[in-house]
Ligand binder design. Structure first.
Ligand code: MN3
Length: 391
């Protein structure tokens, strides 16, 4: 039987790292899973659908949707196809008082976020791009619908947990921690010949390829600053990024009385999903205990934004506003994909993203969400053009 004290869930991006962990948390807490969505791994979705006894599934890829429909022909599971199908599924009521976990990767996660809020459902957000690209629109819609967004990223989950000690209005500063990634401390020259294999080798957190690269370039940290500005309603200058190699303190809030409240645990995303799904309750652990005597000491330092230029570019982008953060994200998606396909060097990511962002001066002026999508498309085209011409 399901635990009725918790909302039921729909998991978007169910075959990814966060999605699989969300399923694990749901199983351990007897939380009912209503629906699943993934890009194209129909085989895995079929297994998940049978294991969780879900009512619906959606595949972004139409061929995969057809494959899944056939595979689940002996069940009652409804199968949706494509981006519109995903949003249609989100709009249906497959369970009461539902939370949608959005762990879709990239800008593709924005429409599902908007569909979730439009449907008046709670949103557990792991997709960064929703807030990076369209933070103003997403937060406005959430406010209109009276929906609190539950952050799933470790830093934002930490800040969200620390917020139980005060209110958003009493935040003086947010201390956002960064592991720095495996290459932190290297010079630009040393970074220039980092291979794909090396970049993907030893992440501190268990996560997908895109975010592993974003973490090692500090682009991810830049996105997280933008997310935090929107989620916690603070100014960019109220956020201090701290390099904290041990990844034990996941972020902190300094309140107006100078009291600093931090959240710590072993570095496991599972806890973030767990807290989002059981908040404001706490239930039995899904992660190991933290032994601080084993860790010994925690270190903190200022980030090197001269070498890791994408962090600085993100700070500048949020200050410029409009679609600039969306352009930054689009350029980065193109650059990281090119790096993973061995078409661009590691520092080529820095250069391609910087050049693309600096080449779209009008991006700061926008009127609607459609402008965001238009600039996203323009930035991708431009980044690809620059890539072919120069790299
Ligand atoms: Mn994070």
């Amino acid at each position: 039987m399901y635990n009725q004290q918790f909302p039921s869930v729909t998991i978007l991006g169910s075959t990814g790292s966060v999605g699989e962990q969300a399923i694990d948390v749901a199983l351990k807490n007897k939380i009912q899973v209503n629906a699943l969505c993934a890009h194209k791994n129909a085989k895995r979705v079929e297994e998940q659908a049978r294991l969780l006894n879900v009512k619906a599934c959606a595949m972004a890829d139409s061929k995969a949707a057809a494959e899944l429909k056939l595979a689940l022909a002996d069940t009652e599971v409804k199968v949706y196809s494509g981006d519109d199908g995903i949003c249609e599924m989100i709009g249906e009521n497959y369970g009461k008082n539902e939370v949608v976990v959005n762990s879709v990767i990239g800008e593709a996660g924005l429409k599902p976020t908007l569909a979730t809020l439009t449907a008046g459902k709670k949103l557990a957000l792991a997709n960064k791009e929703s807030l990076v690209c369209a933070g103003d629109f997403v937060m406005r819609l959430a406010k209109e619908k009276g929906i609190e967004i539950l952050p799933v990223d470790s830093e934002h989950s930490a800040i969200f947990q620390c917020l139980r000690s005060g209110s958003k209005k009493q935040i003086q500063r947010i201390l956002l921690t960064a592991s720095g990634g495996p290459f932190y401390g290297m010079t630009r020259e040393q970074l220039s010949d980092i291979t794909v294999e090396r970049a993907l080798a030893h992440p501190t957190w268990n996560m997908g390829a895109k975010i592993t690269i974003d973490s090692s370039t500090l682009m991810n940290k830049g996105f997280e600053v933008i997310e935090a500005v929107h989620l916690f309603d603070v100014r960019p200058e109220q956020i201090e990024v701290l390099v904290h190699k041990e990844s034990i303190m996941h972020s902190a809030i300094e309140y107006i009385d100078n009291s600093v409240i931090a959240q710590m645990s072993v570095p496991e995303m599972r806890l973030c999903v767990h807290y989002a799904l059981t908040h404001p309750q706490r239930t039995e652990a899904v992660i190991p205990r933290l032994d601080l005597t084993q860790i010994g000491k925690l270190t903190f330092s200022k980030p090197d934004t001269k070498t890791f230029v994408l962090l600085q570019l993100a700070l500048d982008s949020i200050a410029r506003g409009g679609a600039v953060p969306a352009v930054l994200n689009a350029a980065n998606e193109v650059a990281v994909a090119a790096f993973l396909q061995h078409k661009l060097s590691f520092t080529g990511i820095f250069d391609l993203v910087t050049e693309t962002v600096n080449s779209l001066p009008d991006a700061a002026k926008i009127d609607s969400i459609d402008d965001i999508f238009a600039f996203d498309g323009a930035a991708r085209r431009l980044a690809n053009e620059i890539l072919e011409r120069r790299f």
